[in-house]
Unconditional design. Sequence first.
Length: 536
Amino acid sequence: MSDRVPVRRGVTWLVAACAATTLVLAGCSSGTPTGGGGGGGAAAPTDGTLTVGLLGDIGQPPDPDIYYANNGTAIMINAYEGLVQYANNTDTVKIAPRLAETWEVNPGNDVYTFHLRKGVTFHDGTPFTSAAVDVAFKRRIAVKGGAAYMVEAVKSVTTPDDYTAVITLNKPNTAFLSYLASPFGPKMESPKGLKANAGSDDAQTYLSSHDLGTGPYQLTTAQTGVKYEMTQYDGYWGAKSPFKKIELPVYTDESALELAFDNGTVDTIVAALPSSSLDKYASKDGVANYFLPTLQGALVTVNSSHEFFKNADARVAFLKSIDQATLVNQVLGKRSEVATTMYAKGMIANGADKQAISYDAGALKAYVAALPPNAPKTLVIGYANGNVNAQSMANLVVANLQTTGITASAQGYDTSTVFGWINDPPTGPDAFIDGNNGPDGGDPYMWGHVFWDASGGINYFGCQSTEVNDLLNQALGTGDTATYVKAGDLYGQTGCFLNLSYNKDWVVAQKWLTGVPESQNIGANELNFSLLGIGG
């Protein structure tokens, strides 16, 4: 497995969960390819086929209203389109057009009016009109997928004409455009196709191996655990690449995937390889490396239900004992940088959400020395099985804990176990290190809610503050930055959370592949294949 841990399974969330890829927010200049020149890489394909290697299966059916995990994002953003998206090739959170060309938001932040693109057709040949918006929203609610929260606040959708959709919410929501821009946000699906293939499960069976989107590629093969295949849609309204077919073979371990890339069987690998492979490809002939912006980070979550961590002083002392610079630089390398803010990098202007906890080598040692002789002094640091980076960081943390008078060990857990702790926090470890995680989108509410509210999905041990939750909900309606900053400050004082790093989307590609930075955006962590090309 890669560092990419599937998430969002079996959880009904009010707002946001994470997108799990492997990798940290950087400037646009990080999109410059690096690596040696020469003819060491494989030749460009002459048959119009691009092969993109997947590390592990996509984990869930490629149905846009069900899918809520990792690798399959590439299928979501190429077969389907939403009304808006995040802008490509920038490290700034900016809403950009997709199937809506323009939009307006009323002063109350509860009415969103979208003016739709004309000349768009679904893959079944039917035209895209405003009627599809209401159908798509209602299907998402009906199938009760992980990201249903994104449309739960929709009160009504009215369609004054075929190319205008007016969405009214049941309360103000300043994050709604970010919901729609998310790769997990609602996608437009053919109303005719949904009806014709509804079956007894709202077309879920059909969409497990077909698609009904408007995107540049159609899903033509879905062999679970083996491969997925996409074929260029001739009727696509936008840009078309020279790649008529996209092959997405599934590899079960990184060594096999790397071998396939090295011998030219695979053309590119997106956000799948561990940091230990960075040096191998840094100067390899014929290879380009890209480090592209994401909203992801490495994180530490502390279990306040355990005896040692029942008071905030203990939790803060533990987090201060973590040498962020060593963990990030030694384990993650140039795919990341040390995090200094409570939210993802750039979510709050000018870094006003500065993280109060910083490395203090003596903090935990002093705390432990002051404990009664019979006080518990044994800690287990958890990580997700298969997450190589998280395991390495956990081992470093354990080694440091041993110098403070703590008996510590590192332990791996299956993903299903990790997401079950919220139902019984004492069954979890004392702390958990996430090698990479993040929100569904770029609004600070989507970050704060998912990590700090027990109902958010990635607050594994349920350590929360009612005041923080209230502030986040207040800011959701107003968009007030100062309220978000206050929420972050207060949650930082709980000692339940440490933002370790800002992670980048590491893409390794054969050097002839062009358009990589231009095809990626801060939310998707995957490539829009229609924007790729072949260079000299």
